[in-house]
Design a protein around this ligand. Sequence first.
Ligand SMILES: Nc1ncnc2c1ncn2[C@@H]1O[C@H](COP(=O)(O)OP(=O)(O)OP(=O)(O)O)[C@@H](O)[C@H]1O
Length: 247
Amino acid sequence: MKLFEARGLSKRFGDQVVLEDITLGCDEGELVGIMGPNGAGKTTCFNVLTGRYRPDRGSVHFAGQDITGLAPREIARRGISRSFQIMNLFDDYSALDNVLIATPQVRRQGFNPWRDLGADSRAQELAAAVLARVGLAGKERAQARSLSYGERRALEIGVALAAEPRMLFLDEPTAGLGAEGTARLTELVAQLRRHLTIMVIEHDMKFLFGLADRISVIHWGQVIAQGTPDELRQNEWVARSNLGVLA
Ligand SMILES: Nc1ncnc2c1ncn2[C@@H]1O[C@H](COP(=O)(O)OP(=O)(O)OP(=O)(O)O)[C@@H](O)[C@H]1O
């Protein structure tokens, strides 16, 4: 059985069918990519997979359980974390505190901006370890707003990792990064995939083709091709599109 599996997902907004009969999944330990042109429905698909939107039809299973339509918080509790395409950090807080706030220890007590986040030394150690994992050792005390764009993207992934997920969803992690930032992020994701199952939406096909075990191509809300990077390079549609040229 797959660790994560979506079957026959459909979603419409008003008259517009945005997702139609999407079936995709991944085994434990895999890195699976979702690619497709602008407006293809990738972000909507991600939002359905991670509980932000309820599908009109179809199901989502994780670790043998039906999680279709569960609230994002409930899905997170079951071991799925996601990063956001739009930056989702507390700018005035330190890098360490941004991660601390997302740890299960601190979450259990409810978020209280006035509480002394430094009081729990065990949680602090865990948060520092997460920062080291995403390449931000030494930046613990830096305010989130003072970090470079690439560092902020790494911190966002750190925030997602703070919940100690079994599976990580990344929404366009290289968006806005230059060549050097993308290279760093590629290295980070390559490290993370050793211990995590990862699903990633990405426009940067070089990034995706270099890292993914398998990729689903979405166009007009449907999966039009699925396979390993090598298989997709042979795919006529991918070869004809810009997506294929970039890879
Ligand atoms: N909340 C919403 N209400 C109405 N329409 C929506 C909503 N979210 C997305 N759409 C529409 O669904 C279609 C797919 O959008 P979506 O953002 O999922 O595509 P995408 O493949 O992620 O695109 P991009 O790569 O540009 O982010 C678009 O036509 C968009 O306008």
